[in-house]
Design a protein around this ligand. Structure first.
Ligand code: MG
Length: 429
């Protein structure tokens, strides 16, 4: 071996030991909307067929303790895009309706802006929900391209576009089609994702795919309609599974599998009064119960993310941004206050590396609908009156309130939650 080759090999070893791949990986982040913890075969659904996601989990790592910060679209996405508690960016509660003038400030550093500095091509497909006026749309926030519906397709949002002929599907800033048809969305987004991958096969890319499904009004294309054992909702999940299969197949076919980290997850748990299920977990979207916050999280990167592993490491959507920064080799500003932590060593299964995360604060609503929780490892405190404390290690369904047996712990976690409130601009109740 020549001295040059030797030094190069050593360098690769050092990079690998630091949890960083030799060349920055492509990143595809697939974020479903309101998909529950129990909605996939590999997470225990017995009635639905999700062979592609089950295979993805077999070829990668399935995480069983991944939580979002908030069981609601806008706050959850704000945390995912910035690595900050949504309160820090002024989006702690409520969803942004299409006529909102507020949103994620352009001064915030997004996932797309992080990888942009490393020369990535960045694409956003699908739902955004983080601001719709100039300065706040995906292409103002680090994305080179945008395709999709920025909003929800429910009647609270479609009503805003009634006079204009319905909800617009945008390409960049231009209306490509209207009205958006729920049954078509997964198919449209999948085709767009495959095109994006094909077009950017030669250079590093970041693709954020924010599916419209299975958010209400859920629907599926003719190929999937009336095919599942759980009605239209199930059809919709099976179509999302097929979509992910097509994306992974495209990567394999283009020889990009070993160069691409793919993450499949959801922005929050299942909607109330839908066939969506959080499985063994209690609660739904719009709560701070595990059923609202804990969602599927599958990481796939052949040769890098260990295959066939199930990890119970405690991780959060907050951790995606610092982790992608690390994997891509991007620097974050020294004064950037993040709530997320680099979990690259956990993703890559480096021996002995447990997740650095120990706590997670969650909030839903303000005033009379407010609910709030604070996790510390296996302990989960609901800051209700009276407080409820659950030991998730033995009681994942949050059914046995042990607050009265652990008054000091309740006190300590309450104080810790108050500190997070203070740091992230959440008023005390
Ligand atoms: Mg949602």
């Amino acid at each position: 071996m020549s001295i040059k080759a030797y030094i190069f090999t050593m360098l690769l070893g050092v990079l690998a030991a630091n949890g960083m791949a030799a060349s920055p990986p492509n990143v595809i982040l697939i974020n479903c909307d309101d998909l529950g913890y129990g909605d996939l075969g590999c997470y225990g659904a017995k009635d639905l067929r999700t062979p592609h996601l089950d295979r993805m989990a077999n070829e990668g790592t399935r995480f069983t303790d991944f939580s979002v910060t908030s069981a609601l679209c806008t706050p959850s996405r704000a945390a995912l895009m910035t690595g900050k508690y949504p309160g820090r960016v002024g989006l702690a509660t409520g969803v942004l309706r299409p006529d909102a003038t507020g949103g994620l400030a352009s001064s915030e550093i997004t996932l797309a802006e992080v990888v942009k500095q490393r020369g990535y091509t960045t694409g956003c497909i699908g739902k955004w929900h983080l601001g719709f006026v100039k300065g706040m749309r995906p292409m103002d926030q680090g994305f080179d391209s945008y395709y999709g519906v920025l909003h929800n397709l429910d009647k609270f949002e479609t009503v805003v576009f009634e006079k204009e002929g319905g909800m617009p599907v945008l390409r960049g800033d231009k209306v490509e089609k209207r009205p958006a048809v729920p049954a078509e969305m997964t198919e449209l987004y999948t085709a767009e994702a495959l095109k994006f991958i094909e077009m950017n096969r030669e250079k590093p890319f970041f693709l954020y795919l924010g599916h419209a499904m299975p958010h209400i009004p859920f629907d599926a294309s003719p190929r999937f309609k009336d095919k599942s054992a759980r009605g239209l909702y199930g059809d919709c999940i099976e179509e999302l599974d097929d979509s992910t299969g097509q994306i992974l197949d495209k990567l394999r076919k283009l020889g990009l599998a070993e160069k691409t980290l793919v993450i499949f997850t959801s922005d929050n748990g299942p909607e109330r009064r839908t066939p969506g299920t959080a499985g063994v977990l209690r609660g739904t979207k719009h709560t701070v119960m595990e059923g609202g916050l804990r969602v599927p999280f599958i990481a796939w990167w052949p040769g890098q993310v260990p295959a066939g592993r199930v990890s119970d490491d405690f991780i959060s959507s907050l951790d995606i941004l610092p982790t992608v920064a690390k994997l891509s080799g991007a620097d974050l500003p020294k004064d950037l206050k993040l709530d997320g932590m680099d979990i690259a060593p956990v993703l890559l299964g480096k021996t002995g590396n447990r997740s650095p995360r120990t706590t997670l604060y969650s909030l839903y609503g303000l005033n009379k609908n407010r609910s709030e929780s604070f996790r510390d490892n296996q302990w989960k405190l609901h800051l209700s009156a009276p407080p409820q404390l659950y030991n998730l290690a033995s009681d994942i369904g949050e059914t046995n309130n042990v607050a009265s047996q652990h008054t000091e712990l309740v006190q300590r976690l309450t104080e810790a939650a108050v500190q997070v409130r203070k740091a992230t601009n959440i008023p005390n109740p």
